[in-house]
Design a protein around this ligand. Structure first.
Ligand code: FEO
Length: 385
C-alpha cells in the first residue's frame, strides 16, 4: 500500500488474535501498522506484533528494493509495536534507533542487552530529524497511551504519524465503520487519559495535517476534522449524542423486566435513542463505549452479597477508572431482602465529576409491582427533562 510516492505501508493484519491486549475482543481482527519513508535517508516507523516479524520484515524488504535502513523510529514501546525491534536490529544493524529516553529505557527493560542502545538517538519534543526532503518533527505524547510515547509530524508531506492515537480495532482488509471500533478502542484503551489526549490535540492544533498514519486502523486523509472533533469530544468527556444507555444485570429476569419497562416508557416519551446492555452477556467494552457516547445512563442491578452483582460492579469500575463524568444518571435496584443496590451504585459513582443523579430511584423487592411501574414512569420523565 502506498501512502504517497515516498511513504509506504509495511504493516500487517492479524486475524488470529483472540483478545487484543489480553482483554478486548476483536472480531474483525487487528492491524499493526508500520511505515517506511524513502528519501536520501530511509526511516522505518515502529515494528509490529511478535507473531508477524517475518511478514513485516518481508514487507520492508520489498519496498526498500535493495536499500538499507538509516533510522528505526520507535514511537511507542507497547509490544504490539515494539516486539520486533530485536529482529529488526539483527537484519539492519546499521540503523539508528530514534526514540524518547523513556522509550530507550524500555528497550533495555524488554530486550536487556540484546538490543544495543549506545548509538541510539534520544529525542525530545521539539527535536527534528532530516531525511533529505522529508523532515521529521517529534512531539511527545505521554500517556497516549504509555509515558514514553511520541508522535511524529513529517512536514514536507504534512503527514502525522500518530502512534496509538486515531487508531481502531479491526484489520485493514475488513471494511468497518471507523467510529464504532475507534470509540470502543479509545474508551477501552486511552479513556483514562483524556487530559493527556487534550494536551496532544492542543500541541497539534497549529500544525497543518494532510494525513494521519496511526499504528492501528486505516490511514486517515479525508474529512480530518471529523476524526479530530470526535477525539476532542471523547477526551474532553463530553457526551457525543443524546440518548439513554441502560445497563443492567438480572439473575431471574425480574430486574430485566423493569429495565424493559423503562426502555418502553422512554421510547413512548420520545427519547432520541435508547440502548439496553445486559452486562453479563454483552461485550463489556461495548457497554463502556455506550456509557461515554450518550448523555444519560441508567444502572440497574440486584443486591448481591451485601453489595451489587459482580458484572455491574466491574462495569462501574471500568467507568470510574476512565473518569466517567458530565452525564445524568438514574438507578434501579432489586433485592428480596435488605436491598442496597441503589445505595451501593450511587456510592461507587459519588466521586465522579459532574454527574447529575436523578432523585427518583426504583427499588424493587423481588419482582416489579404497581408502585415500581409508577417509579419507572417517573424515572423516565426525569431522565427526559
Ligand atoms: Fe497499540 Fe498502546 O499499543
Amino acid at each position: 500500500m502506498e501512502i504517497s510516492k515516498n511513504i509506504k505501508y509495511v504493516g500487517v493484519n492479524d486475524h488470529n488474535i483472540d483478545l487484543f491486549e489480553g482483554q478486548y475482543t476483536v472480531p474483525e481482527g487487528m492491524a499493526y501498522n508500520s511505515y517506511v519513508i524513502l528519501d536520501e535517508k530511509v526511516a522505518v516507523f515502529d515494528t509490529v506484533d511478535a507473531a508477524f516479524g517475518e511478514e513485516w520484515l518481508g514487507n520492508i524488504k520489498n519496498v526498500l528494493a535493495g536499500r538499507g535502513v538509516d533510522y528505526l523510529i520507535v514511537q511507542h514501546m507497547e509490544p504490539d509495536h515494539s516486539a520486533n525491534i530485536e529482529k529488526f536490529c539483527e537484519v539492519y544493524p546499521e540503523a539508528t534507533i530514534v526514540a524518547t529516553q523513556k522509550a530507550l529505557d524500555m528497550v533495555v527493560q524488554f530486550f536487556g542487552g540484546r538490543v544495543k542502545i549506545e548509538n541510539a538517538l534520544a529525542v525530545k519534543g521539539g527535536d527534528s530529524l532530516s531525511l533529505g526532503a522529508h523532515k521529521l518533527n517529534f512531539v511527545t505524547a505521554p500517556m497516549v497511551h504509555w509515558p514514553e510515547v511520541m508522535v511524529t509530524y513529517e512536514e514536507c508531506e504534512k503527514v502525522l504519524f500518530s502512534a496509538d492515537a486515531f487508531g481502531k480495532f479491526g484489520a485493514l482488509d475488513v471494511d468497518a465503520d471507523w467510529a464504532y471500533e475507534a470509540r470502543r478502542y479509545y474508551f477501552g484503551i486511552v479513556g483514562k487519559y483524556g487530559a493527556q489526549v487534550q494536551a496532544l490535540l492542543k500541541a497539534l492544533g497549529t500544525i497543518d495535517v494532510a494525513k494521519i498514519c496511526p499504528l492501528h486502523g486505516p490511514v486517515l486523509e479525508e474529512n480530518l476534522p471529523y476524526y479530530i472533533n470526535l477525539y476532542d469530544t471523547w477526551s474532553a468527556y463530553r457526551p457525543e449524542e443524546r440518548g439513554v444507555c441502560i445497563n443492567y444485570t438480572s439473575v431471574y429476569g425480574n430486574t430485566k423486566a423493569a429495565v424493559m419497562k423503562l426502555a418502553e416508557k422512554l421510547e413512548e416519551l420520545g427519547c432520541e435513542k435508547v440502548v439496553v446492555n445486559d452486562l453479563a452477556r454483552c461485550d463489556m467494552y461495548e457497554a463502556v463505549e455506550d456509557a461515554f457516547r450518550y448523555d444519560r445512563a441508567v444502572f440497574a442491578t440486584t443486591t448481591y452479597n451485601g453489595g451489587i452483582f459482580p458484572f455491574m460492579r466491574e462495569f462501574i469500575h471500568h467507568l470510574t477508572e476512565r473518569n466517567y463524568q458530565n452525564r445524568k444518571v438514574g438507578f434501579i435496584g432489586n433485592g428480596s431482602w435488605a436491598e442496597v443496590a441503589v445505595k451501593t451504585m450511587k456510592g461507587m459513582l459519588e466521586g465522579s465529576k459532574n454527574l447529575e443523579m436523578v432523585e427518583q430511584a426504583v427499588s424493587i423487592k423481588s419482582a416489579m409491582n404497581d408502585k415500581n411501574v409508577e417509579e419507572i414512569n417517573l424515572l423516565a420523565e426525569e431522565l427526559l427533562k
